[in-house]
Design a protein around this ligand. Sequence first.
Ligand SMILES: NC(=O)c1ccc[n+]([C@@H]2O[C@H](COP(=O)([O-])OP(=O)(O)OC[C@H]3O[C@@H](n4cnc5c(N)ncnc54)[C@H](O)[C@@H]3O)[C@@H](O)[C@H]2O)c1
Length: 317
Amino acid sequence: MKKILVTGGAGFLGSHLCERLLAAGHDLLCVDNFFTGTKTNIAHLMNNPRFELMRHDITFPLYVEVDEIYNLACPASPIHYQFDPVQTTKTSVHGAINMLGLAKRVKAKILQASTSEVYGDPEVHPQTENYWGRVNPVGPRSCYDEGKRCAETLFFDYWRQHHLRIKVVRIFNTYGPRMLPHDGRVVSNFVMQALTGEDITIYGEGNQTRSFCYVDDLIEAMIRVMATPDDFTGPINIGNPTEFTIRQLAEEVISLTGSKSRLIFKPLPVDDPKQRQPDISLAKKTIDWSPSVELKSGLEKTISYFRAQLQSGAIAQ
Ligand SMILES: NC(=O)c1ccc[n+]([C@@H]2O[C@H](COP(=O)([O-])OP(=O)(O)OC[C@H]3O[C@@H](n4cnc5c(N)ncnc54)[C@H](O)[C@@H]3O)[C@@H](O)[C@H]2O)c1
């Protein structure tokens, strides 16, 4: 049994990670400032004596004793990370410094939840880990993209300078139950619009492609990356390489929900990447991983979650 800290543990991915690590018999410390995370996401874990919840903002130092740290704290959707962009950069950069400082003090192994956004609007397709990216440093998405890039830099400097055991995971679009209903991310947007019978908003003509990874596949990969030998640092891409156009996704959601929603088209937001697809050769080789959940089955689980939330009144229509 290990003592494991999950920052951002009350969020979408964090809550699934806490659940899996607890089930594996570990002792969990979940740290969150509840900016986008909720107590409801982890309510089912609260009675477990091996689970502890701490309200804390990782832009401030944290003094705890742990063996491993998964650093997930950071708002992930444009609506939330652009709400207070300075705080977003602070969370990535000061947060990384604080968590790396903690890892150094207690000699913990530390994993960073980085993102495909470090590739920006890529000229290389699909993206491999050695591609340096094409990111606008001064746009409205930069607080997130550049914050995450700087966090990666810090991880690698702590590794070179202080010999910390680090793992950097670049997460591509992931979806599933416990995403926030109104956070502007494409899957939750489409599912909510379809379930409430609203028009489904497509930005541009819907020909931009995305790959969607179901949350269970992603969590499995993160846990496997943490368990890799100490000389493996990443960065490592984790995501689903099967590409769909945004329009195909919308049509699949309409068909699975049986919705009467129509598709409507709006202009593309600034710096929206046109294409994003992970090359996961490294993940296949290093952790023997590739996604196993098909889009249809992942969407069905996500749709039932949102349907139940709407029916119980947990989310307003
Ligand atoms: N979901 C995806 O598709 C995706 C893709 C790429 C990267 N990621 C990364 O994975 C991580 C988790 O993303 P998510 O989708 O679960 O988002 P989320 O918004 O649901 O989770 C983030 C959590 O961090 C917490 N948080 C934010 N700022 C904090 C701070 N300063 N101190 C403490 N807690 C703080 C939030 O309250 C929330 O619980 C993020 O770092 C995100 O950048 C996610």
